[in-house]
Each structure stands twice: as C-alpha cells, then as structure tokens.
Write a protein that binds this ligand. Sequence first.
Ligand code: HEM
Length: 460
Amino acid sequence: MPLPKVPFRRGSRFQVIPRAFIRDPLDFVVRETLRSGDLFRIRLFHRTIHISTNLDVIRHVLQANHRNYKKGPLFRHLSLFLGQGLLTSEGDLWRRQRQLVQPAFYKSQLPGLFGTMTETALRFCDGLQARAASGVPLDITREMMQVTADIVLHALFSTTMEKDREEIYQYVMEAQDYSMYMTTHPWMAPVMHLNGRRRRIEERRAYFDEWIYRIIEERRRSADRPDDLLTMLVEAQDAESGQGMSNQQLRDEAITLFAAGHETSANALSWTLLLLARHPEVRKKLVAELSSVLGGRPPSWDDLPRLVYTRQVMEESMRLFPPAHAFGRIAIADDEILGYRIPGGSSVFFSVYALHRNPEFWPDPERFDPERFAPDREKERPKLAYMPFGAGPRMCIGNHFAQVEIQLLLALLLQRFEFELVPGQEIVPQPLVTLKPRDGILMKINRSHADHNSSLKNTL
Ligand code: HEM
C-alpha cells in the first residue's frame, strides 16, 4: 500500500494557497500548528511545502537522514554572489569546507577574537552616545546592523577602510534582497536583467572580488599575519592531504561568514532592546547584575559566565524572536516521515518561530520570561524544543561567536544607556531571510543614571 500524503491545508474554497499564509506567515503557522497538528502541507505556486514543528521530524531531516536533504532555491540564488561557501555548498564540498573552517570557531579561539570585538563595540558605544546626544530618536535596528557588521568585518580582516566596508555591506545587502526576491518571484528574472538591478549587483561583486583577492594575496605573502579569522582560514589545512583552500574558496568562505554573521546578531539585539524597553522589571534586574558583577567596567572574557541573567535575557529574546525564524530543506529522494510519504523534490520547512511558541514546551508562550532559561530549568524541555541556531551537522558554525557578541553588546549598552521606545509605533516582525522589525524600531537613547554616577565617581 502506498504511504499516505501529509495532511493538506488549503485556503478557503477556491484558494489553493491559504491567503492567511501570504498575509502573515508567522501567525498562520503558529495557529495552524495548534489547529492541524505539527506536520501539514501547503502548496505555494508550483511547490509542495511540508511545514513542521515536530521534534521527530526535525531529528529525522536535520540529523538522522540529513544526507537525503539539500538546501532550497534561496541558497541557489545566494550562491551566485556568495559562491560555494558553507551556507550554500552541499555534499563532499560542504563536508571538506566545514572541517577546514570549524577550528576557527572552536570555543578556544574566541578569547583571541574577544579583544577586537570589545574594541569595536566600545568605539560604537562612543559614536552612539554622540549621535544620541541631541535627543533625536534613532532607529536601533540600523545601529545594531552597523555594529555587528563592523564586529564581523574586524574579526575577519582586522582592518578595513571605511569605503571598502560600505561597499561590502551594500553588496551583501543587495545580493540578499535580490536572492530573496528571486526565490519568491522566479518569473521576474528577465525583468531583473532589463531594469539593471542584476547588473548593479554584479558591479559591486567585481569591486568586492578585486578587493578580497588582493587581501588574500597579501595575507599569503605576509610573514607577520594578524590574529584574525582570515589568517585562520588561510592557514587551515586538510588533516589527511595537508591541502589548504584555494583563493576562490577563501573568498567564498569570507563573504559567507560576513553575510551569515551580522544581520542575525543585529536582529537578536534589536528585539532584545525592544523587549527590555517593554519590560522595565527585567531591565532593572539585568542592570543590577551588570553593576554587581562589573561595577561599571566593560566585561572581560572571564566575566561572561558570571553574567547569568544577561544570558537568560538573550536566550528568551531569541525564543520569542528567533532571527533565523524558519529554514528548510528539499528532499532529494522519496522519504517516509511519521508514516507519511515525503516525495523527492518537495520541501520540508521548520518554523522555529512556531516551535518556540509550542505550549507543550513553553507554558504561556507569548510571555517574555527570562526565568525559563534559569540554569536549573534546562531539563524541563527536550533539547530540540529550542533551536535558534538550527540542529544537526549544518548547525550554525558561529553560534558561540554570536552568543559572546550579543552578551558583550547587551552588557555595554545597558551599562551606558537607557533605551526608551518612542510611543505610537507599530512594530511588525517581518519574516524575510531573517526576522526583522519591518519599519525599524525608533528609540530615544539616554545616558543611564548608573553610568552618570560611575563617570562622576571617576572624575571626583
Ligand atoms: C544570533 C545570531 C545567529 C543566528 C540566530 C544564526 C542562525 C543560524 C542557523 C539557524 C543556521 C542553520 C541554517 C540551516 O540549517 O539551514 C546557521 C548557519 C550558519 N551560520 Fe549562523 N546564526 C547566527 C550568527 C552567525 C555568526 C556570527 C556567524 C559567523 C560569523 C554565522 C555563520 C553561519 C554559517 C557559516 C552557517 C552555515 C553552516 C553550515 O551549513 O555548515 N552565524 N546560522
């Protein structure tokens, strides 16, 4: 007997595509999961998409049978610009590259990167203080994008000129927007050529390529290499063959790490600042921890494990607003999941946003409550119920880097500033490649009283 198909969720009478999905995919999946169960199927144009928050499905697709699954069309479009780096490559090429890049992200490497991270973050805080001094509200999502982009660029290349930084930033932004658009509007490809949008990105790519290949060559020749990610990548060698990466492979991995490594962290920080502005009692507790552990100085590497509540706030914020809100795979060959047939060529999508709101694991799921992540409460739920960084062999390579970066920035920002939400804004989560606030978040940024007091003490 052939296996049954996964239950189909169609729209009302004449709609094959549920209109509610197009209107608000985040809310649709949360509601539909509660109503139809944690595995269902929709049709989106010519594609069959299975949507799931079931832990056995996650385990099967991302871990046990991951070799039968590949990444989807978004990554095919992205690879035009990012090349064959970790995000976009598949199979043996991906496995070899993951082994070569992984050591640069071992926990033991992070203390070395923490120094540059702190310098960049402190410089950013000084700039923010100057920009906020006039009292004009600022869009904190833009601010967070700027600092996380600077942090990852410094971690990668140590120093970069302002103009080059801006070019790289624009290139990746436009490539990402273009790829997302082409994934949802594949029939628009000829228009993109005619209206010049594709050509503009290719010009930016030419600029970036010239820049990066020059930097790679300089790095290969240099006897005195800086202590950064690019040096680690240039020196990485295959354990068996002793072979390193080609210049093109280095280029692809470097731009991939920049693309994957700033917008996600920026969104995590923006959502956290929003939640803290809305929950003064949590902010107060966090500031009290900062003051008792740090007493006004910037955190050192050894302080981070002692900032327990700061970490809980970060984790709870990524539960409610996971920057990688959903990700999927395409089945290569037919498969069987929970007794259903998954045809080869169809997609399986995991909504991390809906998983993190499953009341089975998260009682009163909409409530912002960092106590859920208190160290003694970890055992209350299965491990996979929380997966902001994905799961299985393709789990985020930068997860420790990102957590250190977010914890550091939260500490520095909350020590120095009070963030006040400008009233009357509608803040709408927009699920694109990452989950971002659609129209940004305007905040008034004031010097914190604690910071005033500590600088007064220093001057007396
Ligand atoms: C809060 C911040 C971050 C979040 C939420 C996040 C989330 C994720 C997720 C969910 C995946 C897996 C996607 C999938 O399985 O399809 C992923 C992959 C990846 N991430 Fe992150 N990420 C973050 C920060 C970073 C940083 C800072 C870097 C690097 C500096 C980075 C580099 C990567 C790379 C290279 C991959 C692909 C790994 C592979 O396929 O082998 N990410 N990330």
